[in-house]
Write a protein that binds this ligand. Structure first.
Ligand code: ZN
Length: 137
C-alpha cells in the first residue's frame, strides 16, 4: 500500500481528563485539539510526537466501539489502533480488497481532523486494528 508515514496511534482511555496529564508529560506537548466525532461516539484529544500523533479516544456512549474495547480490556484503556497515512484511501482500499484483506469500511468516511479514513479488519491484519487515512486536500 506504500503509506507515507504512521499518522497516529489511537489509544482508548476511560477519561480524557484523567489521561491527558500523562500524555502531556510523555510527549512533552500540550494537547492541541479536542474534538467529538459524533458518528463514532467518541471524544478525541491529540498530541504531537514529531510527525506522529497520539489520538486519545474516550467513549461518549456505552454503545461506542471504544466503550466495548475498554470493557473487554478489563475496564482499562490501551492501544486501540494504528493509522497509516496514504495518498488515497480509496486506492488503498481497492488494493487491500484485491489482496484479500477484509475491510471494515468499504468506502472512505470522514474522521477526526477532517481526515478521510477507513478501517481494515483485525482478522486480516494480524490482530492490529489498522486505520488508513488521507490528509484533507
Ligand atoms: Zn484513528
Amino acid at each position: 500500500m506504500k503509506p507515507t508515514h504512521v499518522e497516529h496511534i489511537g489509544i482508548a482511555v476511560t477519561s480524557l481528563e484523567s489521561a491527558m496529564p500523562f500524555f502531556e508529560f510523555l510527549t512533552g506537548n500540550k494537547c492541541y485539539s479536542i474534538e467529538e466525532v459524533a458518528d463514532q461516539k467518541v471524544k478525541t484529544a491529540f498530541f504531537k510526537v514529531g510527525e506522529v500523533k497520539v489520538e486519545l479516544l474516550e467513549p461518549t456512549s456505552p454503545e461506542s466501539t471504544i466503550a466495548k474495547f475498554i470493557e473487554k480490556n478489563g475496564g482499562r484503556g490501551g492501544v486501540h489502533h494504528i493509522a497509516f497515512n496514504v495518498n488515497s484511501v480509496e486506492e488503498a482500499l481497492a488494493e487491500a480488497s484485491k489482496a484479500g484483506i477484509e475491510l471494515i469500511d468499504k468506502a472512505p468516511r470522514k474522521g477526526a481532523e477532517n481526515l478521510m479514513i477507513a478501517f481494515l479488519h483485525p482478522k486480516s491484519t494480524k490482530g492490529v486494528l489498522t486505520e488508513i487515512c488521507e490528509q484533507p486536500k
